[in-house]
Write a protein that binds this ligand. Structure first.
Ligand code: C2E
Ligand code: CA
Ligand code: CA
Ligand code: CA
Length: 277
């Protein structure tokens, strides 16, 4: 056993040590980042293909460390593990509401989407916090969309369902993010308390020329529509993808073709364009 232990130790490569140190460093860094105002929000427009207008913005968390930007795919999972996501999530919501309040106005056609982690939904007062924040910021609940992934429903308990119900009763909507990548079947969709599905970009990227037959895409969209849900396609990078999804009657489109995620100050053009039409 001792030899094996020693062996194990020897196999602990210096690179692993470096990775461990880096992770611990990042963990404490994230805490300070939140207090020090390093967590900011970018917004990506979501466009209605019927009207050609921006109908929604998705808020995406950003962490600008002095040395550079840490991608959300690194710091969000870390924040979820440490529980810090509860504070980060509220901070992102608060900033997003404050920065978009003017654009949202009282227009029921305009909404703000925020990503919500399963960890946040486990808080018994999550819904109350969100609704309180919206009230403070002057944003109507019906202008809020909470994006959750299928995984939050995997161990769904009554508490979580109650949080979502409270929010939906107040007029907020729930979108199922990364739709199609999870474990649940299309058939389970009707049991989930959601209003919208967001088709994951891996499916959108299957559209290359625009002349291929992709029954999986039409099935997803038809199924969602038959259940009375709206459909957003994410990761639209090319005009043929936009045309393809539009032909399948997708309700809204999001992706680099329209805009990268940007700070609110740099979105002025998109905001103004929406105002002019
Ligand atoms: P997501 O919610 O699926 O967000 C969409 C991601 O796709 C964003 O990555 C966005 O920048 C990227 N994207 C948008 N258009 C395109 C496109 O046309 N092509 C491609 N290839 N990508 C596109 P980002 O900002 O790096 O965020 C990654 C993930 O981090 C998000 O995926 C979300 O799961 C998570 N995340 C970001 N902000 C928050 C937050 O405030 N709270 C929580 N819980 N999660 C967040
Ligand atoms: Ca999302
Ligand atoms: Ca997504
Ligand atoms: Ca994703």
């Amino acid at each position: 056993a001792k030899a094996a232990g020693k062996n194990r130790f020897l196999r602990f490569h210096p690179d692993m040590m470096a990775a461990l140190v880096q992770r611990t460093d990042m963990e404490s860094g994230l805490q300070f980042a939140l207090q020090g105002g390093e967590i900011t929000v970018d917004f990506q427009p979501i466009v209605s293909h019927r009207s050609g207008q921006v109908v929604q913005f998705e808020a995406l968390a950003r962490w600008d460390r002095g040395a550079g930007r840490v991608p959300p795919s690194d710091f969000i999972p870390l924040a979820e593990r440490t529980g810090l996501i509860r504070d980060i999530g509220l901070e992102v919501m608060s900033q997003a509401m404050a920065q978009l309040a003017d654009w949202l106005g009282e227009d029921p056609q305009r909404s703000l989407a925020v990503n919500v982690s399963g960890v946040q939904l486990q808080e018994h007062d999550f819904a109350a916090k969100v609704l309180g924040l919206a009230e403070t910021r002057g944003v109507a609940a019906r202008q809020l969309v909470l994006e959750v992934t299928e995984s939050v429903f995997f161990h769904a308990d009554c508490d979580l369902i109650r949080q979502l119900s409270t929010l939906r009763d107040a007029g907020a909507r729930v979108a199922l993010d990364d739709f199609g990548t999870g474990y649940s079947s299309l058939g389970r969709l009707q049991d989930l308390p959601v209003d919208t599905v967001k088709i994951d970009k891996t499916f959108v990227s299957m559209v290359r020329t625009g002349s291929e037959r992709l029954p999986i895409l039409s099935s997803m969209i038809n199924m969602a529509h038959s259940l009375g849900l709206t459909v957003t396609a994410e990761g639209i990078e090319t005009a043929s993808q936009a045309d393809y999804l539009t032909a399948l009657d997708c309700d809204a489109l999001q992706g680099y073709l329209f805009s990268l995620p940007e700070p609110a100050a740099r979105l002025e053009k998109a905001l103004r364009r929406a105002e002019e039409v």
